[in-house]
Design a protein around this ligand. Structure first.
Ligand code: GTP
Ligand code: MG
Length: 290
């Protein structure tokens, strides 16, 4: 016996028709109309709220590692920055951009990544939870999937967790300010961490002593400590650490088997300033509707 409930696409195949009809289960579970059968439980769908993002606004999904202070320690991340760990983050983010073509730019630093969807995206009908959960889930699984390529000698001690959220930004200035905020955060934290760990690892201070020494210092003071005490010119530190990573699609030439090249869109990593105007003036397509 076959009962089709077109609304919920439930299909019940019962081999023993007589037994099924005799039982009261089906009477309790379904109300039949002439046109179709509907479960009496269907009303609970009304409890689901419509969480579609406002049209014509920038949609940002940000993922952030849960308790990565502990995760980084437990997995022996180098201090203050572990290039392998940051590269794994970039690899996981690239997987997300490969899957979601409407992401025009991503920005990552430390244990977080922000994904910017085109203003006019119709991905998942712009449903907020669908966007954040799919991005976050793919990012997390890619992080685990590629773990071994970056940490071949370290087995994950427990499953890493990332949270995810969707935030909307109505104007181009807002989305630029959002990205500037994240990059400024990268700069402030990295300068602090670089100085903090230099004082401990090279200067022999305890964490408390290093913390006290840095209390109330401005960025110029930290630059000075790095330069005068440890001969470190902060401005020549690797750009990935100072600026974070921007992922964008660029047309790059690829070699053809019979010679010659053709242009192919690829996701590329750039470690550039996105606070000033230069990046946006040379990438005007990113902020214009397609
Ligand atoms: P929640 O996000 O609130 O769950 O806390 P969290 O512990 O993840 O801290 P938060 O996201 O504010 O900061 C990320 C933390 O990850 C940093 O404070 C570092 O402890 C750690 N972390 C991220 N990248 C690196 C790295 O390259 N090296 C090391 N040693 N630690 C890192
Ligand atoms: Mg975190």
């Amino acid at each position: 016996m076959l009962i089709r409930c077109s609304a919920s696409k439930i299909m019940i195949i019962c081999h023993s028709t007589a037994a099924f009809i005799r039982s009261n289960i089906w009477k309790k579970a379904f109300h039949f109309s002439a046109a179709m059968a509907k479960s009496k439980f269907e009303y609970v769908r009304l409890f689901e709220v419509d969480d579609r993002c406002l049209p014509n606004t920038w949609v940002v999904v940000r993922v952030d590692g849960k308790g990565f202070h502990k995760f980084s320690t437990e997995h022996g991340y180098e201090k203050p920055n572990d290039i392998k760990a940051l590269s794994l983050m970039n690899r996981a983010a690239t997987s997300v951009m490969e899957e979601f073509k409407d992401i025009c730019l991503a920005y990552g630093q430390s244990d977080e990544y922000s994904f910017v969807f085109r203003k006019e995206t119709q991905a998942y009908s712009r449903r907020s939870a669908k966007l954040s959960t799919n991005v976050c889930s793919l990012f997390t699984s890619a992080f685990v999937y590629y773990w071994n390529e970056y940490f071949p000698t370290i087995k994950p001690r427990y499953p890493p967790v990332f949270d995810g959220r969707t935030v909307l930004y109505p104007s181009n200035q807002n989305i630029r300010d959002y990205l500037s905020w994240r990059q400024a955060d990268c700069h402030i934290n990295n300068l602090y961490n670089t100085t903090f760990w230099a004082l401990i690892l090279k200067g022999g201070l305890t964490p408390t002593e290093a913390e006290n020494k840095l209390k109330g210092t401005l960025s110029g003071d930290k630059n000075e400590i790095l330069f005068s005490q440890f001969a470190i010119n902060y401005n020549t530190e690797p750009e990935m650490l100072r600026k974070g990573t921007v992922l964008v699609r660029r047309k790059v030439p690829v070699a053809l088997p019979n010679g010659g090249t053709r242009e192919k869109s690829q996701i590329v990593q750039e470690h550039v300033d996105i606070i000033g105007d230069e990046f946006w003036n040379t990438n005007t397509h990113l902020l214009t509707l397609t």
